[in-house]
Design a protein around this ligand. Structure first.
Ligand code: A3P
Ligand code: MG
Ligand code: MG
Length: 361
């Protein structure tokens, strides 16, 4: 089958493209509640409220209500929100690429993390390329976590519970604020923001989970909303830890940048899962941290230029001719490969029938 490749080297090829980047603007959103039911509103959005320190991130691990990530959700929530938005407003959303934020985070991070293999599926429908994660690859490539691995993954969700409220603070009783350490941790619930953005001439619609908001999300308040990304990280205690954290900042930055989330709150913990401190980072300033350190680990501008070039290549590699509508293409990168490749498959489209019917009506 025909394969086309986007070479990763030489890196200079993608430097100084000076890609104009648009400010992401949210145009719709949706929520999953804690039983994973879909709601076309912001009901699962949480409010940031500083946690009490120090805190034990281990507490409640055995009661964790964990989302079953063996289920392949494709682009279902995103397509449903898009369809509902279009039905309500009468506007058909025009984009070159529609995807989950996680797919673009992988691409933006690739030049600085060449060991991070991935597979995605792409399909073109009405001049838009829809991209999803290739779920079977994700399942087969991730090592099963041992108890410590599961516990460490829990720490991230526990921090979200400790650092947020389900209502604004003035609507929340003191006892609820102080009782957050006892709350059952559940990661089925999600609030997802959907934005229009762009990389140079490539128009992109991205959906992604937003952990919390700083103040309030009023329907009439101008975007970007004061959203907050929450992260946990080991408190650096050595030069090696500093380097690891600086690398981690690349992914954190890319993730937040893509949705236009302006602020990241990092909960620093020790090796035993005690939350020690919380530090605020402004997304727009994070690339300067990597620049100033002089370590040369990553570069924000390069990340944007690289992603722009890759998306432009993808648009050309998945041709907009009638016969290719609904064809599924595999986008693949493996450690050691000289580039990202796209290959035609004979799989069936992963778009929902409801979305296809709506667009064809
Ligand atoms: P941390 O990132 O604080 O460790 P996100 O930060 O993207 O909102 O993700 C929330 C949490 O999900 C993470 O918190 C982590 O606990 C968990 N998580 C995300 N990706 C994971 C992965 N690949 N493996 C295990 N846990 C993961
Ligand atoms: Mg999150
Ligand atoms: Mg987070």
């Amino acid at each position: 089958m025909a394969t086309s490749q986007f070479p990763l080297h030489p890196q200079s090829r993608y430097a100084n493209l000076n890609s104009a980047i648009r400010q992401p603007t949210e145009f719709t959103c949706f929520s999953y509640d804690n039983t994973r039911r879909y709601h076309s509103d912001d009901s699962s959005l949480r409010y940031y409220y500083t946690p009490h320190l120090p805190a034990d991130l281990n507490r409640g691990f055995d009661e964790f209500e964990k989302h079953d990530d063996t289920i392949d959700e494709h682009l279902d929530g995103l397509l449903r929100a898009l369809e509902e938005y279009e039905r309500t407003t009468g506007e058909i959303v025009k984009a070159d690429v529609v995807t989950w934020r996680g797919m673009l985070t992988k691409i933006m991070s690739l030049p600085f993390d060449l060991r991070n293999s991935f597979e995605m599926n792409a399909t073109r429908f009405q001049d838009t390329i829809f991209i999803e994660e290739h779920h079977p690859f994700k399942m087969s490539s991730q090592r099963p976590l041992d108890r410590r691995g599961k516990l460490m993954s829990f720490w991230g969700y526990k921090f979200e519970t400790l650092a947020t409220l389900s209502q604004t603070w003035d609507d929340t009783p003191r006892s609820v604020i102080e009782g957050r350490g006892n709350e059952v941790v559940n990661n089925e619930a999600q609030f997802c923001s959907i934005v229009k953005t762009g990389f140079a001439d490539v128009k992109v619609v991205i959906a992604g989970e937003v952990d919390a908001i700083w103040d309030e999300r009023r329907p009439d308040s101008p975007t970007p909303h004061n959203y907050v990304e929450l992260k946990t990280s080991k408190r650096p205690t050595s030069e090696r830890d500093d380097i690891n954290f600086e690398r981690k900042l690349q992914r954190i930055w890319a993730q937040s940048f893509l949705l236009g989330v302006p602020r990241v709150m990092v909960g620093f913990r020790d090796n035993d899962g005690t939350l020690l401190s919380v530090e605020e980072f402004f997304t727009r300033d994070i690339p300067k941290i990597a620049k100033r350190s002089g370590r040369n680990l990553w570069d924000g501008k390069y990340s944007i230029d690289f992603t722009t070039a890759l998306l432009q290549w993808l648009k050309a590699a998945i041709p907009s001719v009638e016969e290719t509508e609904g064809v599924v293409w595999r986008i693949r990168y493996r450690e050691g490969m000289p580039g990202v490749e796209v290959e035609r498959t004979d799989e069936k489209s992963f778009l929902t029938q409801s979305f296809i019917d709506w667009r064809k009506s």
